[in-house]
Design a protein around this ligand. Structure first.
Ligand code: TXA
Ligand code: MG
Length: 370
């Protein structure tokens, strides 16, 4: 496993602002498409988060992604395609479950894992015999991939260990000087990474929850789809290996010490106020992640609403921007409200619990427990 620690920022990163993300002008996308085809790195918007793209069939190009992100090279990349026909050359088989899910959710925020063909280099799959493939719905992403004429490997365009970027400014903070170009299409829509479903084994399995929810996938498959046990079991033990190698790293980690408070909203607000007050009195910078419904109930600290409980999409959309903001504000401690663990809440809680290093305080019981 190779991790490049020395920060290198020696490239002149160009930024182009898309005139119309919904109807992208192919003239504007010609230059980034050429950079990608020729083995360079271009960050671009998708409907989930910004991706850091490179030619997925070019091992040298994939290597540059790991260097720019400072990412361990055993962590495989997702190959992004623009058309259904682009899938067949990359895989040896399309299992029935994969076909059903593709038909229901592509293009969209769903990544599927298939057995890989020999066309896909091991440099892209982190040495695995499977390949992750996604067809993004974002018109700019789709047009760029089509113009490049090759599948595009694209992890989230953040420095490894930082929250995924949901705006071009976030990408700029992490990647300026390290990549050739950023295609700026404004803020993304969804805000959390795609759902990953492994269809290469006997039973399909969710490796990472996202906007295509467990309930939605189960409905299409006609039976309950399981989650990789490693991602629900909390802190990973040495003998539990997640099937998506990336899920074992402490991703999305804010600089501050983040704690989630889970339980009835009233009890959560009380508990957060008590915890925040203790830290404020001790002289720390304290942040509170709350919701539109509760933001008036916190008297002290830096208060940020992450969205409305009545609209979980808004919470997913704002999640990473709020975490990045607290990094910029140099908060020492952050206390956050929690969300349901079903539907889109499953993806939100997966990211939040990881960011908190699984530090959760439950307040709905008689006694507080950790
Ligand atoms: O929404 C998204 O999926 C974004 C946008 C840019 O498309 N991309 C993204 O990529 O989140 P990344 O690299 O940050 O996350 C990819 C995840 C990692 O956890 C990786 O381990 C897993 O997918 N993965 C990739 N290939 C795999 C494979 N063959 N088997 C199991 N897991 C795989
Ligand atoms: Mg990522």
């Amino acid at each position: 496993m190779e991790v490049k620690r020395k920060e290198q920022r020696d490239m002149n990163t160009k930024r182009i602002i898309l005139k119309d993300r919904e109807n992208p002008d192919s003239e504007q996308l010609k230059e980034p498409a050429k950079i990608l085809r020729e083995g360079g790195l271009v960050a671009f918007p998708t409907e989930t988060v910004y991706g850091l793209g490179a030619n997925a069939l070019n091992e040298e190009a994939a290597k540059k992604i790991y260097e720019a992100k400072g990412r361990p090279s055993d962590n495989p990349l997702i190959a992004h395609i623009a058309d259904f026909n682009d899938l067949l050359p990359l895989v040896t088989k399309v299992p029935e479950a994969g076909r059903k899910l593709m038909e229901a959710f592509w293009p969209g925020p769903l990544t599927l894992i298939f057995p890989k063909s020999s066309l896909v280099p091991y440099g892209t799959t982190g040495g695995l015999d499977t390949v992750a493939v996604r067809m993004p719905a974002d018109p700019a992403a789709s047009a760029l991939i089509r113009l490049a004429g090759v599948p595009i490997a694209a992890p989230s365009a953040n420095t490894s260990g930082r929250p995924s970027p949901t705006t071009a400014d976030h990408v700029w903070q992490d990647m300026n000087g390290k990549i050739q170009m950023i295609v700026d299409g404004g803020a993304v829509g969804i805000g959390v990474e795609s759902t990953i479903i492994d269809v290469s084994g006997e039973e399909p399995m969710i490796l990472r929850p996202g906007a295509v929810t467990q309930e939605m996938a189960s409905a299409v498959l006609g039976k309950e789809i399981c989650l990789d046990p490693a991602i629900i079991s909390g802190p990973l033990k040495a003998d539990v290996k997640p099937k998506a190698p990336g899920m074992k790293y402490k991703h999305y980690a804010p600089k501050a010490d983040l704690t989630l408070i889970e339980g009835e909203t009233d009890a959560v607000v009380l508990a957060i106020n008590k915890l925040a007050e203790e830290k404020l009195e001790a002289g720390y910078r304290v942040g509170v992640i709350c919701t539109d419904e509760t933001s008036d109930l916190y008297p002290g600290g830096i208060i940020r609403s992450i969205g409305s409980r009545l609209k979980e999409e808004s919470v997913a959309h704002n999640l990473y921007a709020v975490l990045r903001e607290f990094d910029d504000l140099d908060a020492d401690y952050i206390f956050s409200e929690s969300f349901s663990r079903s539907h889109l809440g499953q993806a939100i809680m997966n990211r939040l619990t990881k960011a908190a290093g699984y530090h959760i305080i439950k307040v709905d019981r008689e006694e507080q427990e950790e």
